[in-house]
Design a protein around this ligand. Structure first.
Ligand SMILES: *Cc1c(COP(=O)(O)O)cnc(C)c1O
Length: 947
């Protein structure tokens, strides 16, 4: 192999480590290891048919050239996406910083206080701007957040005797088109009847449980909804409002108007448009709905010393617990983007946000006045940033495009123009000139922004927001840079040590894959720009779809779903559409093995399916006879099976082909959860095992960083049967001939980060991908060989091999008073993030090293686990005062004058030598979850504290 091959950078173990690793495992070579791991009947006979790999340098040239095919026009399209200015200090210190982007969801709160605080800032920003009581840590995009609002209102209606049987939901015709499409998708399987209309004509009849309004409306109209919400409330109809977060710096908040839920996107808070995403959506509601709220909530609690400490709150609401009773399947969200949007609010503060909102509004007023002078009339009676004008759309479009300008053309004589933070006087004059040319009038030139903003009179925001210190003390670059660094230092990310989270695949997110995200011709394209302007994107996205088809063995791919769970939902909706297209309206039974990830049953419930849980055998495998019996019993109504492969237990079950055949023989289709695809790529694939559709987590197997809990991309790949049903978008037609309505807001979902996976596959090529999988399996089996005499390994394949991950059973340590959490917390003292705790089996750890970790790092982790095992043996159930129960140990604790633990400070902080080289200090002691759940606080100190 050439020494400049990317595979050598991506894969950890060196050639000369392999013999030692093989020997430890007890195999001769890769061939034997893979033979003993993957059933022979599903092994691929040929290499993947992909282009030869590029080196990092070749890829950077390639992506630069391809980027030139994207035409960056001035975008005034609006519809939920706006040009924005990413503060350079945030771009460099967060967006381009692996300390932030390689972190995982903050399950281990003690080593995640930095991003927890950053997300708390995001939640505070959302709560205060919307005027609501609580907010979550982000959702996927505005459209799906609106669908979650509908689902929440549908769920809580059952609390009200009068509403329990209602199923109508009113949708204002001012709603964004992509949001409407997603509401259609989500309402249908739940039998919610959508009624779309003008909110002024709504009759408030009592058979509605809820309504959603857009503020400002899709073409910019600003309405006062207080009257609507008051009248709705008389009929016990709860109202959600989708609101533009920037406009709320200037307009009365929906909360003050009485809204029950407020949703929207925070894209215009310094997040590039990126041809559709990723961006953080927000979701805010009232305290009384906290247990029905989708997604994660960061809350304030205390640590073992009673000091303030943050952690994820109310975990019991999540789909992992609720499973088929869940109303939302949100797992991965948009944490990195939420962190950035929160930092934007920190950097600008209340004064800065008000300044930006005023400037955007004044620009719109100035433009409207000038166009009025040309006889081009503006029709919104009130507006914030978007004006709707009457002119010949065709004429204007031709001239605008010649000038590299995009407007939104509503119909033949209506044009919507949405202004933004970047709009200058020169830009306004350019727009005026375009209209002057189109109408044959003399152009007028403006030289100042209008100072009048009487358009929003009566709705002017009066309430204060963001008075907390954090939003008022970081307005110089040094201050913000240091604040970001202060938070970053509290978090353990992949740039410190391996994060062996089973099922999550925390592999290298290579710099060469990440760099193009910062290039203007990739990150500044509006998702609804004419596709001729996005040739670079379309080329890249089509190529990625094709690469994923090759990897999975399938016929078609959609990149639209923006998380794995959204992919599950999309796949199940495609299956549903397939059965319906054949007149099989009754097929709605979904079989799910009991070991499945919580998102599986949650997604199936959202797709309106009837879930039957099938048994798992003692050895962890699917109980084939039980599955057969269920499939036959439900043959008339069978829709599908959801199966994870290799299993969530990290095993290639040899019965898989028999399992998929049973389902097909009984009229069902097979959905494969592709979270464990990292054990398959190049060696086997979903088509070969007999699946019909799978999702891939591009943020697991295909190198998109986890970002502290998002972004994610969850494409689904399907066989010929399901290609016609791949989802579309109402503005940019994509998907199959018989497409289902939208799954997420943008036609290609989070297109910007698809570049990462494209780079990953393009630089590895067939050989590198296969080698990655082999090394992932090698690393897992090496760790298994080193650890199994210290920790019982639950489940292995028939020849004793793990796939790419393994489960360590910690349940027997209870006799020494030690729980699996104690091990997770103690690992922090050793400089490691815990593996996955208690999934898929309670009381266990699931370890997944990935191919990117080298032998020395694997050994350090194994040494830490073995050392902890000795500490467990020394612990006693009668005395909780030991090094495990007291972990993690903070610097403050170790340097305090009082030390009366029954072990030394050195044992606490430096139990092994390697730690001296690279110590990581948890910033708080063990966090008390229950305390915070009893006293839910999910924002910085309340505003009253500062008045
Ligand atoms: C990660 C994961 C999912 C969910 O994916 P998200 O992107 O977090 O929505 C589903 N199934 C399994 C087995 C997973 O590991």
């Amino acid at each position: 192999m050439r020494t400049d091959a990317f595979a050598l950078r991506h894969i950890g173990p060196r050639e000369n480590d392999l013999n030692h690793m093989f020997k430890t495992i007890g195999v001769e070579n890769f061939d034997q290891l893979i033979y003993e791991t993957i059933p022979d009947d599903i092994r691929l006979k040929n290499d993947l048919n992909l282009d030869a790999p590029m080196t990092e340098y070749e890829y950077s040239q390639h992506i630069h050239e391809l980027g030139k095919k994207n035409k960056v026009y001035k975008s005034y399209i609006g519809l939920g996406y706006h040009p924005t200015i990413i503060p350079a200090v945030i771009q460099r210190n967060v967006f381009e910083n692996p300390g932030w982007y390689t972190a995982y969801t903050p399950y281990q709160a003690e080593i995640a206080q930095g991003r927890l605080e950053a997300i708390l800032n995001f939640q505070t920003t959302v709560i205060e701007l919307t005027g609501m009581e609580i907010a979550n840590a982000s959702l996927l995009d505005e459209g799906t957040a609106a669908a979650e609002a509908m689902a929440l209102l549908f769920d809580v209606r059952t609390r009200d005797q009068k509403k329990i049987n209602t199923n109508k939901f009113f949708v204002s015709e001012e709603i964004l088109p992509q949001t409407l499409s997603i509401l259609q998708t989500r309402s249908t399987p739940l039998n919610i009847e959508l009624v779309v209309g003008n909110h002024e004509d709504f009759d408030f009849s009592t058979d509605f449980f809820g309504a959603i309004l857009q503020y400002p409306g899709k073409y910019g109209q600003v309405n006062d909804y207080a009257g609507f919400i008051a009248k709705a409330s008389e009929s016990d109809i709860k109202v959600a409002v989708a609101a533009d977060i920037l406009s709320l710096a200037k307009l009365t908040s929906p909360g003050e108007m009485g809204a029950a839920v407020v949703v929207g996107t925070t894209q215009r808070f310094g997040i590039p448009m990126g041809y559709g995403g990723p961006h953080a959506a927000y979701f805010a509601t009232k305290e009384e709905y906290k247990r029905s709220m989708p997604g994660r909530i960061i809350g304030v609690s205390i640590d073992a010393n009673g000091n303030r400490a943050l952690r994820m709150a109310l975990g019991t609401r999540e789909q992992h617990i609720k499973r088929e009773k869940a109303t939302s399947n949100i797992c991965t969200a948009q944490v990195l983007l939420a962190v950035m949007a929160g930092m934007y609010a920190v950097y600008h503060g209340p004064k800065g946000l008000r300044y930006i909102a005023n400037k955007v509004h004044s620009s719109a007023v100035t433009l409207a006045d000038a166009l009025n002078k040309l006889g081009v009339y503006q029709t919104n009676s009130a507006f914030f940033d978007t004006i709707s004008v009457k002119a010949d759309a065709q004429k204007v479009k031709a001239i605008a495009e010649k000038n590299k300008v995009n407007f939104y053309y509503v119909d033949a004589d209506t044009i919507s123009i949405s202004l933004n933070e970047t709009t200058s006087i020169a830009d306004i004059n350019q727009i005026i000139a375009i209209f002057a040319e189109a109408t044959g009038k003399d152009k007028v030139t403006v030289s100042n922004l209008s100072t009048s903003d009487n358009f929003v009179a009566g709705l002017e925001r009066k309430s204060a927001f963001l008075m907390h210190d954090v939003f008022n003390n970081h307005h110089s670059e040094s201050q913000l840079m240091r604040y970001i660094k202060k938070l970053e230092r509290k978090d353990l990310s992949l740039n410190h040590s391996m994060i062996s989270l089973g099922s999550c695949t925390m592999k290298l997110n290579a710099a060469a894959e990440m760099l193009p995200l910062s290039m203007a011709n990739w990150n500044s394209i509006h998702p609804f720009a004419p596709i001729e302007q996005a040739e670079g994107y379309i080329t890249m996205l089509k190529k990625l779809e094709q690469q994923l088809n090759v990897v999975t063995g399938f016929a078609g791919t959609t990149l639209q779903p923006n998380s794995g769970a959204q992919g599950e939902y999309a796949g199940l909706m495609a299956i549903r559409a397939y059965h319906l297209s054949r007149g099989d309206n009754h097929r709605n039974v979904c079989l799910i093995p009991s070991s499945a990830h919580g998102t599986n049953p949650a997604s199936a419930a959202m797709a309106g399916m009837h879930i039957i849980v099938t048994k798992t055998m003692e050895n962890g495998n699917i109980d084939v006879e039980d599955l057969r019996a269920r499939a036959i019993e439900h043959a008339a109504d069978l829709s599908c099976l959801m199966v994870t492969y290799p299993s969530t237990h990290g095993v290639f079950e040899s019965a898989i082909c028999e399992i998929t055949k049973i389902i097909h023989d009984n009229g069902g289709l097979v959905y494969m959860d592709g979270a464990n695809m990292n054990a398959q790529v190049g060696l086997t694939n979903p088509a070969t095992i007999g699946a019909d559709v799978c999702h891939l987590n591009l943020h697991k197997t295909f190198a998109i960083p986890h970002g502290g809990g998002g972004p994610g991309v969850g494409p689904i790949c399907v066989n010929e049967k399901l290609v016609p049903f791949l989802p579309t978008n109402p503005i940019i037609p994509v998907g199959g001939n018989n497409a289902i309505t939208a799954i997420s807001s943008a036609p290609y979902g989070s297109a910007l980060v698809c570049l990462i996976s494209y780079g990953y596959i393009t630089m590895l090529g067939a050989e590198g991908l296969k080698s990655s999988t082999e090394h992932a399996i090698l690393n897992a089996n090496y760790m298994k060989a080193r650890l199994e005499e210290h920790y019982p390994v639950l489940y292995s394949g028939e020849m004793g091999r793990a796939a790419h991950e393994m489960i360590l059973d910690c349940r027997s340590f209870k006799q020494n008073g030690i729980e699996v959490t104690d091990i997770a917390k103690r690992l922090m003292d050793y400089g490691f993030h815990a593996p996955t705790v208690s999934f898929p089996v309670a009381g266990t750890l699931m370890v997944e090293p990935t191919e990117s970790e080298d032998l020395a790092e694997l050994d350090r982790f194994c040494d830490a686990m073995i050392s902890i095992r000795k500490e467990i043996d020394a612990a006693s159930a009668d005395d909780a005062n030991n090094v495990l129960k007291n972990s993690p140990h903070t610097l403050a604790m170790l340097t305090s004058n009082d030390w009366n633990m029954p072990y030394t400070r050195e044992q606490a902080a430096y139990p092994l030598d390697y730690i001296h080289e690279n110590k990581f200090w948890p910033s708080v002691r063990r966090v008390d979850d229950a305390y915070g759940d009893r006293n839910l606080v999910c924002s910085c100190a309340p505003i009253e504290a500062y008045m």
